[in-house]
Write a protein that binds this ligand. Structure first.
Ligand SMILES: *[C@@H]1O[C@H](CO)[C@@H](O)[C@H](O)[C@H]1NC(C)=O
Ligand SMILES: *[C@@H]1O[C@H](CO)[C@@H](O)[C@H](O)[C@H]1NC(C)=O
Ligand SMILES: *[C@@H]1O[C@H](CO)[C@@H](O)[C@H](O)[C@H]1NC(C)=O
Length: 316
């Protein structure tokens, strides 16, 4: 029997994980290309499904659609989150770069890099421990164990995803990333990720990854003009902030409403900057609760003012 796959349609959105506004005020839509069925299973993608779609917000028109080839977005890839650096001098095509996490839960993990000028894309950090779920990873939220548990006598397994959260330093020269299946924050110089043609590009990129610090269990990441890096901490109902200036992590905000904090986004200029984030109750969905939906409406979007006159990083 032929295995069911998602439609590979470049003109329709299949299953979008992330929407991000770049420093030129354009909206980018990142499509995993993978259909989720009502029973919680997620079908493989087909070529044309996984894509990055650019929308001009002045007239709501699509100005660019970048399809990922099959050796960049595999059928089991899950392009999850994306950050943009539009500085003209970082590529010869001059239109900037996108960095994307592949958080695949059943396949290979890594970072996908896209030249927005040529539409070319490539992978880096393929299956390094830094982009993989940690073996035996276990965590709780509100003291409740979190597992993959679809019910119906199916196996109960550790919940975890590979590289998922992603954000850039204020100068665009450092990429931060983290796994949902681990507690570490990692970094890599972006110049190493952009380089992909030399025979040693892969060795140099792999060797340039740093394990910076623990920061709790989180999903999305975000950063601001002070270079501060924000990450949720599901187990402590907090958002932590990492200061690259002195290497410490502090509690930024703590509140019982903070649980599965995700989809961080900084908006606003210095003095009027906010950290926006969602609470999606992801671990209470049927696929984690033995088939029972324990989510309780409403879902919520919050914002918190940034410290020290922080604002949105504008790399252009
Ligand atoms: C939308 O606006 C952009 C720039 O403002 C322009 O280049 C483009 O042609 C416009 N598209 C349409 C369909 O009007
Ligand atoms: C690009 O230009 C900026 C200044 O606009 C500079 O700080 C940066 O080092 C340059 N980057 C590269 C890769 O040349
Ligand atoms: C580390 O640096 C941050 C940002 O400058 C500052 O707010 C924090 O107090 C510093 N922490 C320590 C322990 O020095």
């Amino acid at each position: 029997m032929k295995q069911q796959t998602s439609a590979g349609d470049p003109d329709h959105l299949i299953s979008v994980q992330s929407v991000v506004v770049d420093s030129k005020d354009r909206l980018w839509i990142l499509d995993t290309g993978r259909v989720a069925l009502p029973d919680g299973s997620i079908l493989y993608s087909s070529y044309g499904g996984p894509k990055l779609v650019g929308v001009d917000l002045s007239n709501n028109t699509i100005f660019q659609t970048i399809l990922f080839p099959r050796n960049v977005a595999y059928p089991e890839s899950y392009p999850n989150d994306v950050r943009f650096d539009l500085r003209p001098n970082i590529t010869s095509s001059g239109q900037g770069i996108a960095y994307i996490t592949d958080s695949s839960f059943e396949g290979r993990n890594g970072i996908i890099v896209v030249d927005l000028g040529t539409g070319e894309s490539w992978r880096h950090l393929e299956n390094l421990p830094a982009v993989r779920q940690e073996p035996g990873f276990f965590f709780t939220i509100w003291g409740e164990s979190v597992y993959n548990n679809v019910g119906g006598g199916q196996p109960i397994t550790p919940f975890g995803l590979g590289s998922d959260g992603i954000t850039l330093s204020a100068d665009g020269e450092t990429l931060y990333f983290s796994d949902v299946g681990g507690r570490y924050l990692y970094s890599v110089p972006t110049a190493r990720l952009r380089e992909h043609k030399s025979p040693t590009a892969q060795l140099l990129a792999d060797g340039a990854v740093s394990q910076i610090t623990q920061k709790g269990v989180s999903d999305g990441l975000e950063s601001d003009t002070n270079d501060y890096v924000y990450a949720g901490s599901f187990e402590t109902n907090s958002i932590y902030v990492y200061f690259p200036q002195n290497g410490t992590v502090s509690t930024f905000v703590r509140d019982p409403r903070l649980q599965w904090t995700d989809t961080f986004s900084v908006a606003g200029n210095s003095g009027n900057g906010y950290l926006y984030f969602t609470e999606n109750q992801l671990w209470r969905r049927p696929a984690n609760q033995g088939g029972i939906d324990r989510r309780v409406k409403p879902f919520a979007l919050y914002r918190v003012p940034l410290p020290d006159h922080g604002g949105k990083i504008l790399l252009k």
